[in-house]
Design a protein around this ligand. Structure first.
Ligand code: XMP
Length: 516
């Protein structure tokens, strides 16, 4: 589904690690944007009807054979174009400029001297810090261009075409190390593209609701609920759109966190009165996991059983034609589908348990155009409770991959209690939203302790808490010692069978966030 929002900018992706970041920065200026392939044709661009184009950076060199190129006609369409780094080099080269390798790759902060009379740099400083990351730079511009900014080592750090609305920046305005970059992007979007900067999530919700109603007609839609934010927002949006034509399925696999089933029931039967079906699957899942300690085998078995449970319940829902999923924009981009291509292949990892196509439903993915922070804002607007909207991510295989070694009801109960205490204390310290993911892990070892006069030989719990933007890399959270002390004391006192608590101080990479 693409948005029918009126104003938009297209971001042509030349393989930059920053393309998504550019998109987020543009949306922060309340301008809707989409990332498309670098080789999109001019005809296809016209179909999108954008008010401006942004060309991203790239790890390639413009003069290398086979490097990603764009249709050169797009520079002369009359549409405003902002080339960033590689994008700028392409733009200047298209008009006869020269791009050369710099002797050493320039990576880091640089001081930029700017012609602030240009509308691109309006309301920014004439000397400003920017972030550079390039091995090539524009050595010569043709007479079609004028330089707008320079640094000690880069004579053409910003350029403008003399007649056409084509601009280039050698530095990266989208990263926070360019503190005035947001203002520069805003100037491009509002002054140069003439956009109003009024794109709002409410409009997105209204448009999406209207489209869902049209698509669904009088059929029913099934939505798998996991307790996580994405599926909850999908369900809330669908409920607003089609009311009781929505049927939600929560498969309780016995691997959920403490009170998780109750929280979902509260939100989706009391708050939103949806037709919620809870599959009580604990016994089935634990049976299937008995004796299994290998992490991938656990995942496989849980995935298989989930599909079975889901299928059985779905078959009892009459007139069900659609399946709603909480696929987000980063999933779509990573799977290579966003760049103007055909439908997405959803990444199993991020999907509610990974439902196969054989289920035979038509997919509805109403969050396909949104980033995670936008999904959260939308959730709040739709009236979902804050604790659900701000919940840390939780893996599909649930506590099974945090109960190291064999999984049993007794071990899961120990883990559930310890996890609830850790989260409660992190929340009480006001640090839940400042951390990205926090949880307890039950280790497959016992260790010696002493209680009163007696020697104990009991379980050990590890606490994992990380900060991350994208979950691809992560750093362990520097939680205050006092907080760690409270968690440790409470877990050891309140959870029977645990006599030791450790804090995980490994970063990803080389460690992963989960222990299995
Ligand atoms: P790792 O452990 O790979 O985790 O650093 C990165 C993020 O992915 C989550 N994760 C999973 N999510 N099914 C899921 O739905 C899985 O099998 C799975 N394994 C890891 C993890 O919680 C973290 O947010």
């Amino acid at each position: 589904m693409t948005s029918i929002s009126r104003e938009r900018v297209l971001i042509l992706d030349f393989g930059s690690q920053y393309a998504q970041l550019i998109a987020r920065r543009v949306r922060e200026q309340n301008v809707y944007c989409e990332i498309v392939r670098h080789d999109i044709s001019v005809e296809r661009i016209k179909e999108h009807n954008p008010q401006g184009l942004i060309l991203s950076g790239s790890p390639s060199s413009v003069y290398e054979e086979g490097s990603p190129k764009c249709d050169p006609e797009l520079f002369t369409m009359g549409l405003p174009v902002l080339g960033i780094c590689y994008g700028m080099q392409l733009a200047t080269e298209a008009f006869g400029g020269q791009v050369q390798s710099t002797l050493t790759r320039e990576y880091g902060r640089a001081m930029l001297t700017v012609d602030t009379s240009s509308n691109l740099f309006q309301n920014t400083s004439d000397q400003q810090q920017v972030w550079m990351s390039h091995g090539d730079q524009v050595a010569n511009i043709s007479e079609d261009f004028t330089a707008l900014a320079y640094t000690d080592t880069c004579p053409f750090a910003a350029v403008k075409h003399n007649e056409l609305p084509v601009y280039g920046l050698q530095f990266h305005p989208e990263v926070t190390h360019s503190p005035e970059g947001g203002e520069i992007l805003k100037n491009f979007l509002l002054n140069i593209c003439g956009l109003s900067g009024t794109w709002k999530l409410e409009d997105f919700a209204d448009e999406t609701i209207a489209r869902i109603r049209e698509q669904v007609g009088d059929k029913r839609v099934i939505c798998g609920l996991s307790g996580g934010v994405d599926s909850s927002v999908v369900a809330a949006l669908l409920y607003k759109a089609i009311g009781d034509q929505l049927a939600c399925i929560l498969v309780d696999n016995g691997l959920l966190r403490k009170n998780e089933q109750a929280a979902v029931i509260e939100a989706f039967t009391n708050h939103f009165q949806t037709d919620l079906r809870v599959v009580q699957g604990e016994a089935r899942f634990l049976d299937r996991l008995a004796g299994i300690s290998e992490p991938q085998e656990k995942r496989k078995r849980i995935g298989y059983e989930f599909i079975e449970c889901f299928k059985e319940e779905a078959q009892t829902i009459e007139n069900a034609h659609f399946l709603a999923q909480g696929t987000l924009y980063p999933d779509v981009i990573e799977s290579g589908a966003a760049p103007d291509g055909p439908a997405a292949t959803i990444k199993l990892h991020h999907n509610v348990g990974g439902l196969p196509e054989e289920l035979g439903f038509e997919l509805i993915e109403p969050l396909r155009d949104l980033f995670k922070d936008e999904v959260r804002r939308l959730g709040i607007e739709l009236g979902l409770p804050e604790h659900l909207v701000w919940r840390h991510p939780f893996p599909g295989p649930g506590l099974a991959v945090r109960c190291l070694g064999e999984v049993s009801k007794d071990r899961l109960d120990i883990l559930r209690e310890a996890d609830a205490i850790a989260i409660e204390e992190i929340q009480a310290a006001g640090l839940y939203r400042e951390t990205s993911q926090a949880f307890a892990v039950l280790l497959p070892v016992q260790s010696v302790g002493v209680m009163g006069d007696a020697r104990t030989y009991e379980d050990a719990i590890a606490i994992r808490c990380v900060n991350t933007d994208d979950f691809m890399t992560a750093d362990w959270s520097r939680l205050p010692y006092d907080l760690l002390a409270t968690i440790s004391t409470r877990v050891i006192n309140e959870v029977k069978g645990v006599n030791r608590v450790c804090y995980d101080i490994s970063s990803k990479p080389p460690a992963t966030i989960e222990w299995e």
